[in-house]
Design a protein around this ligand. Structure first.
Ligand code: 1CP
Length: 343
């Protein structure tokens, strides 16, 4: 097998596969004891800037689960940190921004990202691509709405009220902010692709907080531009957000090759909502993994049979692995998907 013919890349391209490929969002991280060991004395953002740690942590779930793709270990706020935004990732909280953006002055301070701002990405991705051989490495970045929310709210938010206030109340400033964040995202993804990432995922995780009408008016033009910029690079583009049942058509309209679906919409129904020529990724509820194995297997089989209605299917969870998940269940699930779908 070659990288180009790997089941993951073939499924993204809607080609027949030898088995349904599987990987898990947040497969690296707190659910793994080997991750907790290497991260013990190293702050998250320091780990994200050290190629040796990035490589080790990215490979941990590949070794343990034999998943069909690796995802580059980093965080969506890493490029923001790299252009000088004063932020930290606090354990048990997430990204926290010291001086949240609330006005034109704050927006103007967001400068463009240059490849030289993230030399550790180039180094780590290059080494990973060599180590992984025919197994794809997925690069990723945050979507513009989700990045804007952290910058404006100053940290994780349930209702995104300040973000929406700026979006509704100051559309021109909002558009300027979206432009800048979209350009940063494109550059961050380009660096990963240039160094050897063979697919990319845009995590606009919190965009499901918007109505379809607001998404179309205030976010879609920017995500379309992002996917357009990456279009000529011959890597599948995956687009994911949580709670996006009403937005699935628009997420694919933005130009994604693959739309990631959370667990709220069955994949056969999601297949009817996306544009023709779109593969799907998902969508077992991550909380299912805490139920007895028989339940996990039954529900995973249901995801597979509904996924068969899509033009291509990459098995995944409907959102990230929860920190207290038993890694043995993920190992068993990976094997289950592989054996159930072997052809
Ligand atoms: O101390 C720690 O271990 C920090 C926990 C942690 C980890 C392991 C955070 C803080 N980020 C990460 C890594 C990470 N972040 C990955 C690693 C690769 C993998 O998936 O295996 C990825 C893809 C992300 C992307 C990310 N960060 C997203 C999009 C994905 C999603 O889950 O929707 C988001 C929203 C973030 C922000 C973030 N960073 C960290 C946390 C806890 C959060 C969420 C905070 C919130 O609830 O708003």
């Amino acid at each position: 097998m070659t990288l180009h013919d790997s089941p993951f890349l073939r499924a993204c391209r809607r080609l027949p596969v030898s088995h349904t490929p599987v990987w898990f969002m947040r497969q690296a991280g707190r659910s793994l004891p080997e991750y907790r060991r290497v991260r013990a004395d190293v702050p998250m953002l320091d780990a994200c800037a050290r190629p040796d740690m990035i490589v080790e942590i990215t490979l941990q779930p590949v070794r343990r689960y034999d998943v069909d793709a690796a995802i580059y270990f980093s965080d969506i706020v890493v490029p923001l940190k790299a252009i000088g935004v004063d932020l930290d990732i606090k354990t048990g909280v997430g990204p926290v921004v010291a001086d949240p953006i609330r006005d034109a002055e704050g927006v103007k301070r967001l400068r463009a990202l240059e490849p030289d701002d993230v030399p550790f990405v180039t180094e780590a991705v290059g080494e990973l691509a060599r180590e992984l051989g025919d197994r794809p490495l997925i690069g990723f970045a945050g979507g513009p709405f989700t990045l804007a929310s952290y910058l404006i709210e100053g940290g994780p938010s349930k209702n995104h009220e300040r973000t929406k206030a700026l979006m509704y109340g100051e559309p021109e400033l909002w558009a300027d902010l979206m432009h800048r964040l979209s350009a940063i995202t494109v550059e961050f993804l380009r660096v990963q692709i240039a160094a050897g990432a063979s697919a990319v995922q845009l995590f606009d995780s919190w965009v499901g907080a918007l109505s379809a009408e607001d998404y179309r008016a205030s976010v879609l033009p920017h995500t379309s531009w992002i996917f357009d910029q990456l279009g000529g690079l011959d890597v599948p583009r995956i687009h994911f957000g949580v709670g996006t049942g009403e937005l699935l058509g628009l997420l694919s309209e933005a130009g994604a090759d693959v739309v990631g679906v959370d667990w709220r919409v069955p994949l056969d129904r999601a297949a009817q909502r996306v544009q023709p020529g779109t593969a799907l990724q998902g969508n077992l509820d991550p909380a299912t993994l805490f139920a007895p194995w028989e339940v996990v297997a039954r529900r995973a089989a249901d995801v597979l049979s509904r996924g068969a209605a899509a033009e291509g299917h990459v098995f995944n969870l409907g959102h990230g692995v929860l920190p207290t998940t038993d890694p043995d269940v993920l190992a068993r699930l990976t094997e289950f998907v592989h054996t159930e779908t072997a052809r």
